[in-house]
Design a protein around this ligand. Sequence first.
Ligand code: DGY
Length: 319
Amino acid sequence: MTKPSLWIPRRLSDATMARALRDYHVITNPDDTPGTAAEIIAMSAQVDAMLPCHSELFSPAVVAQLDGRLKIIANHSVGIDHCNLPALAERGIFVTNTPDVLSDATAEIAMLLMLGAARHAVAGDRLVRTGAWTSWSPSFMVGKQVTGARLGIIGMGRVGQAFAKKARGFDMEIHYYNRSPLTDAQAMGAVYHSDIDSLLAVSDFLSLHCPATPDTKGLLNKDRLSKMPKGAVIVNTARGALIVEEDLIAVLQSGHIAAAGLDCFQIEPGGNPVLAAFETVFTLPHIGSATTQTRDAMGFRALDNLDSFFAGQKPHDLC
Ligand code: DGY
């Protein structure tokens, strides 16, 4: 049987590539540059399937120009905000993602960001690294204690629950907002808030774990940030679009929000130079899921979805 043709625009893990090359006729991009609109459109006439990342944008304008040969987009990401699902559905193109497999890695990065933001990781590291550490006193670099503090989580899906589990190891009191409450077994004592403002009022630390959708875009704005306790810390490992960055800058400047740990930005790659100028902001370049184990698992999950599709079955992670 002829192998289906597959375009893989980014360099995936060695194990993923080996399996893809074994089972598909693969077109790769040795430059590992994000697929442009023109490349996506041109490739759609050459392949049956694509295995893109969140760096390839399937806007309505792009989707309208896709060739009828393309049958499925098996994303190497859990986030699908780069895919216009209604436009793709109208073209009859299947879309899958990679839930579950990156929850722990992303929760680890959220923990790193929370601790780093709370305890002056950026300023402390710079001081030692630059040789500028010349004194010490009990009032030096005093941070905010995580242990026993209240943690608010917006979006208690897989990643939110994985982060809550890790935060329980720090004896944090977990509160959450979600479209619907979890079962008692899932919540494990976490307190449900049916509206975001009520959650914000009790969040000494706040971590975002919801997808970016038209409804959640700009969710954390000036009004909402002002409802948080003074000195609160914000963590974002989900999507940059969730935060109005200029509003976050304003509350960091005023001191109402003490610090932030950010892995995601409105503009990626690149981030926000104004946010990056704050030593109270611990930044990372969207690497929440970047561990060897998780990259393999994401690649395999995407390939599992393709395998099911080409075997005539319903892919497990159909969006
Ligand atoms: C995801 O899977 O959505 C991560 O942000 C990496 O793409």
